[in-house]
Design a protein around this ligand. Structure first.
Ligand code: TYD
Length: 139
């Protein structure tokens, strides 16, 4: 599977009665979903996330409102992905350090994951994250 973040574009059925977007595995979802979670009522100026996962892959969708997903590379450089349309999703492979910020009022952020919740899967220490990348690149 892809080792880089990627913006995915989901089908959009335009309709004067209201638009409709969907996704299904394997056409638009690169993994079988085991869990969904979503963030809401995030106070303006707050950030969420700020960690990586060993195994978890995810797709993040701004179902309502807007927020930015910021990916930090092992060398510290950052790439910002502004999400503000419900028919776009951001795919993040495992071992991606990311946080969410710049939440608008009423922002609703949906995360689809290939795994059930596992506290052990979290990497919360940036130095550990860097070391894991270095070890991966050596193999
Ligand atoms: P966490 O992923 O740590 O949020 P953030 O990275 O934004 O700080 O989740 C916050 C809390 O919610 C944490 O105590 C674990 C719990 N949680 C679950 O129990 N199940 C889940 O699927 C998720 C995403 C979090």
């Amino acid at each position: 599977h892809s080792t880089e973040p990627a913006i995915l574009s989901f089908p959009k059925i335009n309709d004067p009665r209201g638009n409709l977007t969907f996704l299904q595995h394997p056409d638009h979802l690169p993994f079988k979903m085991e869990r969904a979670f979503w963030t809401y009522d995030v106070p303006g100026g707050d950030t969420r996330g700020g960690h990586a996962y060993h195994q978890q892959r995810e797709i993040i969708i701004a179902l309502s409102g807007s927020f930015d997903v910021v990916v930090t590379k092992p060398d510290g450089t950052q790439v910002r992905y502004p999400l503000n349309r419900s028919y776009y999703g951001l795919y993040l492979p495992s071992l991606t350090w990311r946080h969410m910020e710049n939440f608008s009022t009423n922002a609703l952020g949906l995360h689809l994951s290939n795994m059930v919740y596992s506290a052990e899967d979290y990497i919360r220490d940036f130095n550990e994250f860097k070391k894991l990348h270095e070890n991966n690149n050596r193999i």
